[in-house]
Design a binder for this molecule. Structure first.
Ligand code: SF4
Length: 374
């Protein structure tokens, strides 16, 4: 399990190693076909800041070689804002006295129909707060069943589950799971996640092993930028990615590193800021480190940055996202988990991507593709 590997890696020493990288380390990393995690530390280091142009060129080249011009589009559907956790940076935390909704099955189907009117989406991400008693595995399974006639690629972003739960959900059409570790800083993690299941760092970080053991087709890792030193968190995610690829090599991987946006509990102020150049650096570093990993940007990022990065390394994007349950038709004005930054419609995004020479893809995977390659 990855938590055992993580025990051997010191957060402080990793941070020191990143900050001690020199121009020579960056140049060496840029000259390699296959970078290791030490090279990644060089690429994410402050020293690499002045190498942004060659990094962008390399990132563009590798992205074109592996993905062509395609950008895969997906849409999230929040099924519930009911949550038993108390993440201090999230508007859905248990102590926030806000109206809670768990969509009924009828409402869920209405949302699917409303989404299909926005664009020919085939990639759907079902999102829940963490309330296993009221919106647990049977509820998610039913939502997947209902989604199958409308969408061909079904992913979830819910509480970490057991291996058996993932196996069960695969029977209901589950293709992929996204989970945010938020931060790999074990000590500080407790401060941000004081109560509920999410306070169990090991259970969360080992959830990715359980997904791999269950043979989930696609696994998405994520850190939330704004909590801890972002260079260290993204490096830890790169180390985690390598570990998972070694152990579960049939799986496809994606990475996310969204920057924190204001939530309903406006009180939380990000501890660290990643500026636009640094976001670009992290994206290029990840692409140079791993030519095949899907790099995903959500609508948390502004439109101009998403458009620009769509030609330089990003391969997957959400579009026209509502971050409140039932936001597409049932409850269009309820509380959001966070405010989106890119609020363009799906067809506006498609048009812009095409004008930039990209090929927006609404459907990037189907269970039949796997059957054909067996
Ligand atoms: S981040 Fe997720 S788990 Fe934490 S309070 Fe918000 S909805 Fe719940």
């Amino acid at each position: 399990m990855f938590s055992e590997e993580l025990e051997k890696i010191s957060w402080e020493e990793t941070t020191e190693r990143i900050y001690s990288k020199t121009d020579a380390d960056v140049i060496r990393a840029l000259g390699k076909d296959k970078c290791d995690t030490d090279d990644f530390m060089a690429l994410i280091s402050p020293a690499a800041g002045k190498f942004l142009e060659p990094m962008a060129e390399l990132s563009r080249k590798y992205t074109m070689e592996r993905f062509g011009k395609t950008i895969s589009l997906f849409i999230p559907l929040y099924l519930t804002n009911s949550c038993t956790n108390s993440c201090v940076y999230c508007g859905f935390h248990i102590s926030n006295p806000m109206a809670r909704t768990i969509l009924t099955y009828e409402e869920i189907e209405n949302e699917y129909k409303a989404i299909k009117k926005l664009g020919p989406f085939e990639n759907l991400l079902l999102v829940t707060g963490e309330n296993p008693a009221k919106a647990g595995v049977p509820y998610i399974a039913k939502a997947l069943d209902l989604a199958k006639p409308y969408f061909s690629n079904l992913k979830i972003e819910v509480m970490p589950l057991t291996t058996d739960d993932y196996l069960e959900l695969k029977k209901h059409g589950l293709n992929g799971v996204i989970c945010f570790q938020e931060t790999y800083n074990r000590d500080r993690y407790r401060i941000y996640h004081p109560r509920g299941m999410k306070s169990r760092f090991e259970w969360r970080v080992d959830g990715f092993d359980r997904m791999g053991q269950a043979g989930v087709h696609s696994i998405g890792l994520g850190v939330l930028i704004g909590l801890e030193e972002w260079r260290t968190d993204v490096t830890m995610m790169a180390i985690h990615l390598r570990y998972l690829q070694k152990h579960y090599w049939k799986t496809k991987y994606s990475v996310n590193f969204p920057r924190m946006r204001p939530a309903e509990n406006e009180g939380f102020v990000p501890n660290v800021i990643m500026n636009d150049r640094e976001l670009a650096q992290a994206t290029f570093a990840m692409r140079i480190f791993d030519h095949d990993v899907d790099i995903s940007y959500s609508t948390r990022e502004p439109a101009n940055i998403r458009d620009h990065m769509a030609t330089l390394g990003v391969t997957t994007m959400s579009a026209e996202s509502k971050t409140d349950p039932g936001g597409y038709c049932t409850y269009p004005h309820s509380l959001e988990q966070f405010h989106v930054s890119d609020d363009r419609t799906a067809s506006e995004i498609e048009k812009v991507l095409k004008s930039l020479g990209r090929e927006p893809v609404w459907k990037d995977w189907d269970v039949s593709f796997d059957l054909m390659t067996r």
